[in-house]
Design a protein around this ligand. Structure first.
Ligand code: SAH
Length: 263
């Protein structure tokens, strides 16, 4: 009999932000397929004998091609195993989760998707930035800073006109272009802006300034990938709304035995 693939969102970093259902899946996995944004505390939750497959980077530091990852999931499920595909944040937010599940669906492999807290919202919250606020932003836009090769460049005139909070993922290598293009196409250079590195991890770090100063602020504070770039008036609330999160151990969290029948 075929196994099943559970596509699980790990949340932004703090391991206790995973869902109850996601943690239960990890604790019952026969094989765990994971990549680099997943924290080690969650990896430690697998049962004894669970096979661990790291598809983040090959030993010579090249990413494993997406087709190959898709085929690993299919092959493992065809062996009758409970496969957990664990991804940082939410699996459908720039995580290529859609591509993986497409392959499973086309191959007739049973699957389930367990959403996670995306860094684009939850990561900002941990940094003291509410993605919307009645006084500051009535919409938000989550944008990738990294485009697939051969695709059109960003539509800067449209992005610059948006009034809501802009959250840019995978944008650190392009931060100067991003800030400069938004200003050139009409966004005020004085718009508050920040970059949050390793949001919700214990090493979380923030650089703050304006659209005009952010590239230098980031350099000064030593902010590197993985980081979120956030542009909009909600950034002004950061100093007031920042907090120190309680550290929770996963086994203190909850008795998961009630979910056991699902497996
Ligand atoms: N599926 C993920 C995003 C994957 S794309 C999610 O929902 O969060 C990877 C990008 O996400 C990184 O380059 C970075 O921009 C952002 N990211 C993910 N986790 C982050 C974190 N803890 N802190 C800051 N940025 C993060």
């Amino acid at each position: 009999m075929n196994g099943k693939v559970w596509l699980v969102g790990a949340g932004p970093g703090d391991p206790s932000l995973i869902t109850v259902k996601g943690l239960h899946c990890i604790r019952h996995a026969d094989v765990l397929v994971y990549d680099r944004l997943v924290c080690k505390e969650l990896l430690a939750e697998v049962p004894a004998g669970c096979e661990m497959i790291n598809v983040g980077k090959t030993p010579n530091n090249h990413p494993i091609p997406q087709d190959e990852i898709n085929q690993i999931l299919v092959a493992q499920a065809l062996m009758g195993r409970n496969v957990v595909r664990l991804k940082g944040g939410d699996p459908y937010v720039f995580g290529r989760g859609g591509e993986e599940v497409e392959t499973l669906a086309q191959s007739g492999i049973p699957f389930e998707v367990i959403p996670g807290i995306t860094s684009a919202i939850g990561g900002l919250a941990y940094a003291g930035i509410p993605v919307t606020h009645r006084d500051h932003a009535s919409s938000f836009h989550v944008i990738t800073g990294h485009l697939q090769q051969g695709k059109d460049p960003q539509d800067w005139p449209t992005l610059a006109k948006l009034q809501g909070t802009l959250v840019i993922l995978m944008g650190m290598s392009q931060i100067e272009t991003i800030c400069q293009q938004l200003i050139e196409h009409g966004k005020a250079a004085s718009t508050p802006a920040a970059a949050v590195m390793c949001a919700s991890h214990q090493v979380q770090k923030i650089a703050q300034g304006t659209l005009a100063t952010l590239p230098q602020d980031v350099l000064r504070e030593g902010i590197k990938s993985p980081a979120l770039i956030v542009i909009g008036n909600v950034v002004q609330l950061q100093k007031l709304l920042q907090f120190t999160p309680t550290v929770m151990q996963l086994d203190e969290m909850i008795d998961l035995s009630t979910l056991a029948e699902a497996f």
